[in-house]
Design a binder for this molecule. Structure first.
Ligand code: OSB
Ligand code: MG
Length: 368
């Protein structure tokens, strides 16, 4: 597959809800829509990093420059046999996992289209629908939280994840547990705590959570191992895992028993499959995380979640929860807590060109 040209469009998309986490409030998303052109086909990707470096280090501004000035020129005009071969051109660039993942995602779409196959089949996926839950932000009150959890359960979501931060944790959680004794509940701290808070996490053991997501620092595994040894609830790692090596080391030292696998955070789909296989070798599950993706990124996540060890419900809920109008034609909607996998070639989604052009704040076309 020869990559002939690339196009980038920066858009902002207003969220239908105010999403508060321990690291800030989001009311819209900034997304680079990337298109690779080759052999009469188009491959699509969207970026997932935040506008500001509050989740991990990467930013939209950094991704834009890196794609335009280094990553795209590295692959333009090259004949690339498969996604493994793409890495030969960018492997020596360190870090910047989410940016590299965008390039890889667009190439997977292009390459699978050239094979006439949906991504999930090429990857070796084993299911045509995936179990999903929702991630609820920090709400103005405990009552509002209990109500939103109830609505999510009524809609059939298989797990409700609650964002927490110091001062918004045990009390809120116990109220939700009391209201829904049987619900599959988890929490996500986005790195808001330290080992000084061990007592808080011990108190959470009584809430019957499936896991506690990323309680400690975004780049830590050692303190997570200490915390895991001190509590009975499983720790799930999100921010701390940015590569297959990170995953191996974290599981080896007992930093957690579950991984929230976000393909972009770990450098793409090939790296995701490796992490999937590493966790399998430890007999541990993974689940598909989310970064509030629009339709292109959401579709990619759904395809990857068809791999065998994605047994826990992920964050890939209905697109209509997030957007008045999504950027793809296909409706990515869950029903009864199950999300169907798109069946067209590649990612199986069609970007709405006119909408993307109308929303574009910035465009670039890169060709030789
Ligand atoms: O920590 O999982 C997270 C959204 C943006 C950044 C980080 C996270 C999240 C979510 C929402 O929890 C997941 C989603 O609904 O896509
Ligand atoms: Mg998380």
């Amino acid at each position: 597959m020869r990559i002939e040209a690339a196009e980038m469009k920066l858009i902002t998309l207003p969220l239908r809800f105010r999403f508060e986490t321990s690291f800030g409030v989001q009311t819209e998303r900034h997304i680079i829509v990337l298109t690779l052109y080759g052999e009469g086909l188009e491959g699509y990707a969207e970026t997932v990093m935040e506008h500001t470096p509050h989740y991990r280090e990467e930013t939209i501004a950094g991704a834009w420059a890196l794609l335009e000035e280094l990553l795209i020129p590295q692959v333009l005009g090259k004949d690339i046999a498969n996604p493994e071969a793409l890495w030969a051109h960018v492997r020596n660039f360190r870090g910047n996992k989410m940016t590299k993942a965008a390039l890889e995602m667009a190439f997977w779409d292009l390459w699978c289209k050239s094979l006439g196959q949906p991504l999930w089949k090429v990857l070796g996926g084993v299911r045509e629908e995936i179990p999903v839950g929702i991630s609820l932000g920090i709400e103005p009150s405990v009552e509002a939280t209990v109500e939103k959890v109830g609505r999510g359960l009524e809609q059939g979501y298989k797990r409700i994840k609650l964002k927490i931060k110091p001062g918004w944790d045990v009390k809120m959680l116990m109220a939700v547990r009391e209201a829904y004794p049987e619900a599959n509940l988890t929490v996500d701290a986005n790195s808001a705590y330290t080992l000084n808070h061990v007592a808080t996490f011990k108190a959470m053991d009584a809430a019957g959570l499936d896991y506690i997501e990323q309680p400690l620092a975004f780049d830590d595994i050692v303190d997570h191992a200490k915390l895991q040894a001190a509590i009975s609830t499983s720790i799930c790692l999100d921010e701390s895992i940015t590569s297959p090596e990170d995953a191996r080391k974290a599981l080896e030292i007992g930093a957690g028993r579950v991984i929230n696998l976000k393909p972009a955070r770990v450098g793409g789909i090939l790296a995701s499959r490796k992490i999937h296989d590493i966790t399998e070798s430890y007999g541990l599950p993974v689940w598909m995380g989310g970064m509030l993706e629009a339709g292109i990124g959401r579709a990619a996540n759904i395809h990857v979640a068809t791999l065998p060890m994605f047994v826990k419900p992920g964050d890939t809920s209905s697109a209509s929860r997030y957007w008045e109008e999504d950027i793809v034609e296909e409706a990515l909607e869950a029903s009864g807590g199950m999300m169907a996998v798109p069946q067209g070639p590649g990612l199986g989604v069609t970007p709405k060109r006119e909408l993307i052009d109308r929303l574009a704040l910035k465009s670039a076309y890169v060709a030789n």
